[in-house]
Design a binder for this molecule. Structure first.
Ligand code: HEM
Length: 419
């Protein structure tokens, strides 16, 4: 699906390089001439936003690492040193912490977009599965990053989550102590988390490269979910997609700047400004907002091992999603029943997020159980069944026909009034 490269090296240097390493024509065919469906909307800009944020997280993280000290006795003070003494250290830290938050917001929107338009369906299964792997790596990376400031929430979040491994039958205790590097969460744990927190983003870059490669093999899907049939259905990636992606990324950065400059601690927990204390457990241990739905699932199940299985199951089920959805039609635009269940699913995920932030007792725990059950029913029962029962709306003959139908309705190009 690579765009046929029209690139012709003009200078002698470029010709020389082209014969030895055709990297310029590769970039040209992938990001300039690449045929992009002409009907992509703004929900399709989140991949570009995510790519930008990933690089920004690495850049701010590498500079933070120049000043941070991964030691139980000094980590908290070194973060305060970054905030107070290092030139623009506060900005780096707030960008990195809030950047992580908005990274998750963007990834969740990106995933819901894929679910709405059925982007995970044949032939994009591997592209989707690589996406789920990215999500998993992001979760591990963010969890370890949150431990580094070594505040109360850092310490207790590490304690709660690593303790989950003790639920593994027979070897649970040994595995957990191996993870800790001792008999409790301590400086040794902090050091290994720091090492992995530095390493994993580079693995993420590798998996993202595979993700984009898979995207370029199958070609980008589009809101109609129908395949590209002719050249009329596409536009070259540059300038059309490049400009749109850049605009969306700038809007996203304005949102990030707003949080960083006006509400830098809004998304965090005040207890993390108290140094870690292994003798004082905070009243409520809550993870960052982006983990709350998973946290609610974990706590909904009364048995520890089953809770851990439900937690991992909630991500594992995403891996097999392409095979659970039995509908031949990709996009929810033409699937009236699925569309409704999609929005119910979104509300259920938001509901689980809310419940994850509340104490695990009374009505909250009952509601968590119901929503957790629904989460799995959505994937394991609703999707396979409605794919078979639903009668999809008729699909347009081609992408260009879908776009031109808009034009004939308004008398002008899509969305514009007639002259
Ligand atoms: C660091 C995180 C990620 C980056 C940088 C990234 C990057 C991209 C890019 C550049 C695109 C093409 C533009 C677009 O459709 O938005 C894309 C498409 C896609 N991504 Fe991701 N992605 C990430 C995470 C994920 C995750 C977590 C999933 C799912 C679990 C996922 C699933 C998909 C799918 C299915 C498509 C194809 C969309 C279509 O063609 O309709 N991605 N990704």
């Amino acid at each position: 699906m690579e765009g046929h490269s029209t690139y012709q090296p003009t200078s002698r240097g470029a010709r020389w390089l082209e014969r030895r390493l055709p990297i310029i024509s590769f970039v040209h065919s992938s990001f300039v001439a690449y045929p992009t469906p002409r009907n992509l909307n703004y929900w399709y800009t989140f991949g570009a936003i995510l790519s930008f944020v990933l690089v920004a997280q690495i850049v701010t993280g590498v500079v933070l690492a120049m000043h941070y000290v991964p030691d139980g006795a000094m980590a908290f003070a070194s973060v305060e040193h970054i905030m107070r003494d290092v030139n623009f250290g506060w900005l780096l830290r707030y960008l990195h912490a809030n950047g992580a938050s908005l990274f998750f917001l963007a990834v969740y929107i990106h995933m819901f977009r894929a679910m709405y338009y059925g982007s995970y369906k044949e032939p994009r299964e591997v592209l989707w599965m690589l996406g789920v792997l990215i999500l998993l790596l992001m979760i591990i990376t963010a969890f370890m990053g949150y431990v580094l400031p070594w505040g109360q929430m850092s310490f207790w979040a590490a304690t709660v989550i690593t303790n989950l491994f003790t639920a593994i039958p027979l070897v649970g205790e040994a595995v957990t102590q191996w993870l800790w590097g001792g008999f409790a969460v301590d400086s040794a744990t902090l050091k290994r988390f720091y090492s992995l927190h530095y390493l994993l983003p580079f693995m993420l870059v590798g998996v993202v490269a595979l993700h984009v490669w898979a995207l370029h093999v199958s070609g980008q899907s589009n809101p109609t979910g129908i395949d590209i049939k002719s050249k009329k259905d596409t536009l070259p990636f540059t300038p059309y997609a490049t400009i749109k992606d850049t605009f969306a990324t700038v809007v996203f950065l304005v949102a990030l700047a707003w949080v960083v400059f006006f509400l830098p601690n809004y998304l965090g927990h005040p207890d993390n400004y108290i140094p870690a204390d292994s003798l004082k457990t905070p009243a409520h241990i809550v993870p960052e907002w982006y983990f709350l739905p998973f946290y609610a699932i974990l706590r909904a199940v009364p048995d520890k091992l089953l809770g851990v299985i439900a937690l991992f199951g909630s991500i594992a089920v995403l891996f097999i999603l392409p095979w659970l959805d039995t509908s031949r039609v990709r996009s929810a635009v033409y699937r009236p029943i699925y569309k409704q269940f999609f929005w119910i699913f979104v509300l259920v995920c938001i509901g689980l997020g809310y419940l994850g932030s509340q104490p695990a007792e009374g009505g909250y725990i009952i509601a968590s159980r119901i929503l957790t059950l629904y989460y799995f029913i959505h994937f394991l029962i609703i999707l396979p069944v409605i794919g078979l029962l639903e009668r999809p709306k008729p699909l347009p003959a081609s992408i260009s026909e879908a776009v031109l139908k808009d034009e004939s309705a308004t008398g002008g190009p899509a969305g514009q009034p007639a002259e």
